[in-house]
Ligand binder design. Structure first.
Ligand SMILES: C[S@@+](CC[C@H](N)C(=O)[O-])C[C@H]1O[C@@H](n2cnc3c(N)ncnc32)[C@H](O)[C@@H]1O
Length: 255
């Protein structure tokens, strides 16, 4: 999310001030989604893709993919960069994943939603997970990646997070970055702040897991990871990213 002068090499700014897209595949959950997509019987889907780095990789492996983003200009860039021969495999779907798009029930094999949920509170995350569950075919998988409570920007405010979590707050990681101490130390802090929303929801596994369960997913794997796309200012202890893979079980529990 936050970077230094070398930003262009690892992170590409979004056109709608919704942070940055990772310029390359930099986490194990997105890699797993791409591998899984190569085996999928139905199309897969990427939510909040920005310019679609993961989607481009799926297309190159022969996969069919529905690519969503709030800002249609991002999707236009993806279309222009996609070789003519692969465009038939690409379906663009601009709009909000919360309430602005729809796909047929049970029609996709996998969904990747990377680095979008940290803009949403728990209620919006629940709404999305319920929608994703409906769109997935039985046996399909959801792959979520987000910034975690161990993101560097959270270091000074982590004790507050623990207090809110212990008190049962539904979105304990919801914070304003307006006067964030780490951010204040950056020489390009104004540029950085303009490029992203003021409020973030830094997630942890204990907050995400019940939302998966309530939407009907079985948690197949989950953990923290060290994002390859971040610069020092975003780092803390190697757990700055959080990922979770959920399975939509077959109705009779097999497969
Ligand atoms: C930080 S970028 C992440 C891009 C990419 N997924 C990645 O992991 O690098 C967040 C993206 O989510 C998109 N986004 C934010 N809210 C959204 C919503 N409600 N529905 C669809 N996309 C959304 C933004 O337009 C932006 O392109």
């Amino acid at each position: 999310m936050v970077m230094d002068d070398e930003m262009e090499t690892k992170l590409i700014p979004t056109l709608n001030n919704m942070g940055w897209m990772a310029a390359s595949i930099g986490d194990p959950y997105t890699r797993e989604f791409i591998e899984y997509s190569a085996t999928a019987a139905r199309p897969v889907m990427e939510i909040g893709a920005a310019y679609g780095v993961a989607a481009a990789s799926v297309l190159r492996s022969g996969g069919r993919i529905i690519v969503n983003d709030l800002d249609p200009h991002h999707l236009h860039v993806l279309y222009e960069q996609t070789p003519q021969a692969l465009r038939e495999q690409l379906h663009l779907m601009p709009g909000s994943c919360v309430d602005g798009i729809e796909v047929a029930e049970g029609s996709v094999s996998a969904i990747l939603c990377a680095r979008v949920f940290h803009f949403f509170d728990s209620s919006m995350i629940s709404t999305c997970l319920n929608r994703f569950h409906r769109w997935l075919a039985p046996g399909g998988k959801i792959f979520i990646v987000a910034d975690s409570v161990f993101h560097g920007m959270n270091q000074e405010i982590y004790p507050d997070f623990l207090v809110r979590k212990a008190a049962g707050h539904p979105t304990p990681g919801w914070v304003s970055l307006k006067n964030n101490q780490r951010l204040e130390m950056q020489k390009n802090r104004e540029e950085i702040q303009r490029a992203m929303p003021e409020y973030f929801n830094f997630l942890d596994l204990e907050t995400l897991a019940p939302l998966f369960k309530d939407a009907g997913f079985l948690v197949e794997s989950a953990g923290y990871f060290n994002p390859e796309y971040y610069y020092d200012v975003s780092l803390w202890d190697g757990r700055e990213g959080v990922g979770m893979v959920g399975l939509k079980a077959h109705p009779l529990g097999f497969g």
